[in-house]
Ligand binder design. Structure first.
Ligand SMILES: NC(=O)c1ccc[n+]([C@@H]2O[C@H](COP(=O)([O-])OP(=O)(O)OC[C@H]3O[C@@H](n4cnc5c(N)ncnc54)[C@H](O)[C@@H]3O)[C@@H](O)[C@H]2O)c1
Length: 431
């Protein structure tokens, strides 16, 4: 987040000039950061994918910037858009910043375009499958973006987002990622202790866990097509969520990537399967994974994630160093005898709010943030774990990253879709 720091007037002016040059060169930029750089100007915000996180992110955005207004909302389903809008309008703190006309509530597969066309800043919080398509269009239209994790469900999607983020950089647009721990003050200081102060010496390995319980299921209705059923219950379909290693446990893999300099692993070996969620209603995702990631310099990440009821839960990274150990989420460091050495005792404001404070500040100051590198790398690491577990094969980064396997239908329509098969290691090729 270095680039989100306030800039001097002269460097800001330079940015505005550079941005204008880039605009002229690209010829498509409608609303670069400079148009809204002046404090006080209203920034129009659009929400795409108005579920739990989207509604929360819209609220965070409006809290973060009192001059921002939510002016458009879109969801695959009208009831979801209306429910979200009602809850935002009724929010006593930011309700007066919600000014969505009846004509600016959109539903369906093309709702995203209608929202993006009307606003300056977009919040992309649908199920992950749609992120590459939505982000690409937003950047084409010159919009600043808040982009929830993960940013894709397959390697072609990751590669598409990498290209989009390059264009965003050229256009001077901000791309802030929802990998929220990067914005948490306690985690940031713990990372600084490990990475900059070298408080536990050289890093040797990381034991990383996202072992948790089960999540929601939204039921079924006779009038729902199978496409509607799958999109409403998107968590359980690999083509929509990327499986829980990608959808949820990416938070852990993102911290391990951060600890290892945001490099990518060389190879991975993984196990996984489903033991509790065997019912057909749970689509085709697994309920547990174990992945061993091999990094350069003999470094290792030993990773597990589980979504099963009635089991022990644990979410954290234990970092093993030559001079001690760290627990990242607990913000604690220990010496080689296991004695506590340090713990973070500073403030803990909401990391979700901080993300948006950085985003809006970057827009107003003309100092764009681009989280593209780490959000694409961390997503690909999660997808790599899934590919190795589903196939039962040890695979290299290059094999995974260059894969042409695209998940999901070629076109979206509200009809019947195939029930995807659960992967069987040793039999399933790549998914
Ligand atoms: N950073 C975090 O801590 C955090 C927490 C929760 C969720 N998330 C992420 O946020 C995203 C959304 O999760 P959620 O919990 O809000 O799920 P949700 O199901 O509550 O919301 C997703 C919404 O997107 C809509 N949608 C699906 N496809 C769409 C399309 N093509 N166009 C428009 N709308 C579409 C759905 O109808 C739904 O209302 C996921 O990527 C998830 O991983 C991040």
């Amino acid at each position: 987040m270095k680039n989100s720091q306030p800039e001097s007037q002269s460097s800001r002016r330079r940015f505005l000039q550079d941005s204008a040059v880039a605009t002229a060169a690209l010829g498509t930029l409608a609303i670069p950061g400079n148009v809204h750089a002046d404090t006080g100007e209203v920034l129009k915000v659009g929400l795409i994918g108005s579920g739990g996180r989207g509604t929360g992110a819209a609220s965070d955005a409006l809290h973060a910037d009192p001059q921002a207004k939510l002016t458009a909302i879109g969801d695959a389903f009208l009831d979801r858009a209306q429910m979200s809008l009602k809850s935002l309008q009724e929010n006593k703190e930011i309700g007066n910043q919600v000014v969505v006309d009846h004509d600016s509530i959109f539903s369906g597969f093309d709702a995203y375009k209608k929202v993006i066309d009307q606003v300056d800043v977009v919040i992309l919080t649908t199920s992950p499958h749609f992120r590459p398509q939505h982000l690409e269009y937003a950047v084409e239209q010159g919009k600043h973006c808040f982009v929830e994790k993960p940013i894709a469900v397959d390697a072609p999607g990751v590669r598409r987002v990498i290209e989009t983020c390059k264009v965003a950089k050229q256009k001077g647009l901000s791309i802030v990622s929802g990998l929220c721990w990067r914005y948490d003050l306690g985690v940031r200081e713990t990372m600084r202790q490990i990475l900059e102060e070298k408080a536990i010496g050289d890093l040797v390995a990381i034991e990383s866990a996202y072992n948790t319980g089960t999540l929601w299921h939204r039921g079924d209705k006779p009038e729902w097509s199978r496409m509607e059923y799958q999109i409403r219950n998107w968590l359980y379909y690999t083509w929509l969520s990327g499986d829980h290693i990608n959808e949820q446990a990416i938070h852990s893999l993102d911290k391990t990537a951060w600890l290892l300099g945001d490099k990518h692993p060389l190879r991975a070996t993984a196990l996984g399967g489903r033991q509790q969620r065997t019912d057909k209603k749970y689509g085709n995702i697994y309920d547990h994974f174990t992945v061993f990631y091999e990094y350069p310099d003999q470094k290792r990440v030993y990773f597990t994630c589980r979504q099963q009821a009635g089991c022990s839960t644990h979410v954290d990274e234990r970092v093993l160093g030559t001079a001690g150990q760290a627990e990242v989420l607990r913000h604690r460091l220990y010496d080689t005898a296991g004695e506590p050495m340090w713990r973070y005792q500073g403030e803990k404001p909401s990391m979700y709010r901080i993300e948006h404070e950085h985003l809006f500040k970057s827009i107003r100051e003309g100092s764009p943030i681009n989280n593209g590198d780490y959000m694409t790398n961390s997503t690909m690491i999660a997808i790599m774990g899934r590919m190795c577990a589903y196939s039962g094969q040890t695979m290299t980064w290059d094999e995974c990253f260059n894969s042409d396997v695209t998940l999901g239908p070629a076109e979206y329509a509200w009809g019947d879709v195939e029930e995807p098969a659960v992967a069987i290691p040793g039999k399933t090729e790549l998914a």
